[in-house]
Design a protein. Sequence first.
Length: 137
Amino acid sequence: MKYLQDYLKEKQSALIEELGVIFAFSNKQFEEAMDPKVEKYVRVASGCYCPKPNIEQFLKRHDEVVTEAIKQDLTENGKTGVIHRELSNHEYSYSGDVFSTVQALVGYDITEADVRAETGPYMKAHREWQEKQEKVI
């Protein structure tokens, strides 16, 4: 099963390249990455900088790319599949805590109640998978 990043990476990378977004985690990296023709960069997020003239366009288009990727993820994997994937990815079977899963699904129009409703079916499927693995060993 694909992850959100799999749906994002191609269009997100193209947008980053088109609008001159750079990534730097030190002054040296920033100086090496920056385009000398750009007068000013704006910090978008930790380590992510966008040329000031492009910031509004980048934020708008990036939101569109993310929304489209989420829609594609839900279309291909279904709401239940996405929830189960994220419960697994955030190790619900060990922690019993849905918080990180709920946070990972912000933007999906999936609520904490939706996630909690799937914990039972997810754990049943997880136990069945574990039993199959034990038979293989």
